[in-house]
Write a protein that binds this ligand. Sequence first.
Ligand code: EPU
Length: 422
Amino acid sequence: MDKILIQGGAVLRGRVTVSGAKNAALPAMAASLLTDEPLRLRNLPSVRDIQTTGRLLHEMGCRVGLQNLQTGHGCELVAASPISCVAPYERVKTMRSSVLVLGPLLARFGRARVSLPGGCAIGARPIDLHIKGLKKLGASLTIEHGYVEAEAPRLIGEKVVFDRITVTGTENLMMAACLAKGETVLHNAAREPEVTDLANLLRSMGARIEGDGSSTIRIQGRPELGGADHTIIPDRIEAGTFMVAGAITGGAVELLNCRPEHLTAVIEKLEESGIAIERSGPDACRVTAPRRLQARDVTTMEYPGFATDMQAQYMALMTQAHGPSIVTETIFESRFMHASELVRMGADVRIEGNRAVISGRRDLTGAKVLASDLRASASLILAGLVASGETLVHRVYHLDRGYEAIEKKLKSLGARIQRIAD
Ligand code: EPU
């Protein structure tokens, strides 16, 4: 398994281009199952989760431009019949977002057999709300032998109230409702930009959707959808990670292909801590580190709140801020695995339930550390950039799931970082 070696202490300067959003690209690829016409996607990130989804769709019988997926940033997906309506355990266990095929399969083919994802490093992550919502649209769903077995001759539009906000749950229901009979109204829906990006894609496939970006989404079902050509939005979490990378090293970086309007809560918090962030173009912004970083508390929330996917990176930043800070995680129950690794590097972080209490500023020292999930890996790399000496991050396959060539991008900004292949 590859490792990442970082020699800390370099100040990052320069420009970096943000890739397409993984969490927008995954549902977009699943949406190809809603039609037998070609779906062209552009600005896909070249990361492992995208390749895994391509493989899953290919195994199901879709024609997938996999060649493009490995090298470039575009692909064409064609889900012309016959399609196997099965997402097997082997794929879902490596990537839980495979569950996004459930809604489209059920809506178009009237059946689906999707392995139930297990828990993961950041929490139990059930899919009960996806199941409850699809049942509300008239589907019969049972769990047998570790699989969700779903059937519905034709989904019927209904009112669905989510008990709590779920991003992929909203996406699954939105896709299913596009081919249901009549109107579906999703209440307490997720408002993430990735949900809006999917709604834009579905609209260009012929779907009738209103209200995305708000907590009530209305979908008028259509008998069928057609193909489309769609460009995925830039990755707001990758952008936020590079903002922290520039700031934590005392440098200045410019982000290209970045939508600051998707990062309002993150930018607000970084500015409170003294970091200067200014727009430098329609899709670009410049981030400049302060002389003295101030500690500021943060609480993760659903969009438009501070993203849980930026929590680990923010914690790394706060180890370098002056004063105490509290990071409260409200979305996932065990998303603090990075804290103990940061402590091994010299940080002062105490976990109290869903709060991490950080005392800054502490000098970090390089160490061998273990990445437990995607964003935890990013936080350890950020810590490694400011630690004295060498940091060796193990299990970087987590990182490869969602960050495109992160070590190359950081290196282009001046970081002393390299991948060590096994
Ligand atoms: N939840 C339930 N039941 C459900 C669905 C969710 O209890 O049926 C709970 C979850 O356990 C969690 C909360 O609701 O406590 C929110 O989960 P959500 O469903 O919104 O998460 P997700 O859709 O599985 C997506 C992203 C995650 C991101 C979360 C929260 C994708 C593919 N994944 O996951 O991204 O953290 O939303 O914003 O879009 C990442 O990129 O590192 C990542 C983990």
